[in-house]
Design a protein around this ligand. Sequence first.
Ligand SMILES: *[C@@H]1O[C@H](CO)[C@@H](O)[C@H](O)[C@H]1NC(C)=O
Ligand SMILES: *[C@@H]1O[C@H](CO)[C@@H](O)[C@H](O)[C@H]1NC(C)=O
Ligand SMILES: *[C@@H]1O[C@H](CO)[C@@H](O)[C@H](O)[C@H]1NC(C)=O
Length: 570
Amino acid sequence: MTRKVRMITSIFIIASIFFFATPYHLYHYDFISTINDVPKITITISSKHIKNFAVHENISSPVSPMNSLLPDSISSVSILMPDWKVFVIVSPDYTHLISPHDPYICEFETGEVSPAIPAGELQFPVRSLFKCELPKRDRRRLPFKQPILMKSSENRNITPTPATSPEMLRWTFLVYDSLTTDDDIVLFVKGLNNRQGINRESSEFNCIFGYGGNKVIRTNVTSSIQEVFRCNRPDPSVFEGERISVSLEIILPVPVVVPSVVYYTRPRKLEGNEKLERARVCACTVVYNVGKFLKEWVLYHSKIGVEKFVLYDNASDDDLNNVVDELVRDGYDVKTYSWVWPKTQEAGFSHGAIYAKDSCSWMMYIDVDEFVYSPLWSKLSRPSKSLLPSMLPNPKNVQDSSLGKRQIGEITISCYEFGPSNKKSHPIMGVTQGYNCRRKVENRHKSIVLLDAVDHSLRNVIHHFILKQGYRMKKVNVRDMVLNHYKFQAWSEFKAKFRRRVSTYVVDWTKELNPRSNDRTPGLGFSAVEPKDWPSKFCEVYDNGLKDLTRRWFGLKSPNQIHYRMVWQK
Ligand SMILES: *[C@@H]1O[C@H](CO)[C@@H](O)[C@H](O)[C@H]1NC(C)=O
Ligand SMILES: *[C@@H]1O[C@H](CO)[C@@H](O)[C@H](O)[C@H]1NC(C)=O
Ligand SMILES: *[C@@H]1O[C@H](CO)[C@@H](O)[C@H](O)[C@H]1NC(C)=O
């Protein structure tokens, strides 16, 4: 295929996804209203440009109708996710009734049920989230109706989901998260801009705030990049004390409101110690089942000066929450934020840049298997909380930048990739003790970003943020700072990652798609079968730098001075 043909094909595919695969209902406003005129606005769902489609319903607000049709059911809204997964978001008014000890189920249109697995809590306002699987029989029935969520003990006499149940929202076209700042509101939206970097103009959209069918307010969109949209806030007095849905409206050719599961809330109030002073350095990452690794990572980085940790939790089902609770009890500042959305790492980072802006100056975007380290520290007998902060540039005063000098707003650090180092299982003393053999050359970079320097668009690409005018990026020399990335761990650990990672890029991880992708592991096939020489793979140089250092800083000697254990060991 020539390039041109390919381009046209992909445009066609994108266009067809937009018109056919995504929502069956597009919301069409009958008339424009501001809060001063007619108090009642009717929103009609219309299907003007979709064939074979005849739904005309009145809804009261851009937020999707809650499904609460049966007496025993819990008011909720459901999204059809990839692989026939269904996310069920409990209404904010019902969330306090959800008991962590009760089993819940989803009941679908055919009367079939599937277990509802707790998958975290969405914020602003707090809402419980469950994951269900769409039963096979229901996959053949279009349109896909929202399931009914109920306690499994109340599942006595199943009455099939009423036909009037609303349709499920589609993950491919959805406002899925939001964050209110002092100045504006940030919306996270799937289905408008694409991953290839084609961003629509912000003038093509409005933000639309509405509640109870009475008032709808529109504000201008100030940025439209990747999945992140920013809009002006409505006048604060307008929605006093109400819960307000918010979404994006595509203005042309006919106004269409993107289905939304988010609400407009007041700017987040800083809690207790957050108010006092911004931390100089924080860390932010997306996690899944990292309970086993977290303590070592948090203890190490705290001792070199990272003050707060923000974890975007992708529905972990290990002991993550217990480990976090324990760390918090011990005085560490660790927060988790539910981030369950597929392939949204960039959006998660953008979210973190706003979420933590008032409490952190610099944000380090590194994963839980990555450790920042300076070879210059190798002689120190103990760590100090000024080690990392002292290596970051000090914000200069305004005069300097007006002279045309750009300040450093982001530093990038090279990663060394460690191999299994002949380990057959997870090293109980921790990854920094267990893995000491790596590939010779550094690969990729991670960054530490001055949050005030991040561009209004919040755009970021492979762990780097685009900076405002007046700021620049600086690469740090590997003699000054590196990142030890414990990437290829003992097979028992790596296996889980492999399966998960590949499943993000190929439907079936045994299919040979994208064989040369950077995200694949060199030398690995297409199945999660341990290669014979796995333990000795990726071992080109022994590197005991961080191992010796952490042993000196965090090792506890036994009375006989022979054995030692690490402070993070159980
Ligand atoms: C929608 O609302 C309009 C105006 O209130 C009404 O005339 C129409 O019958 C309603 N349609 C449906 C399907 O309820
Ligand atoms: C919103 O955008 C329109 C069109 O771009 C512009 O005329 C108007 O002044 C903007 N309103 C505000 C409040 O910025
Ligand atoms: C969360 O996990 C799912 C697999 O369960 C994956 O498809 C998705 O991309 C992950 N999301 C993020 C933000 O890591």
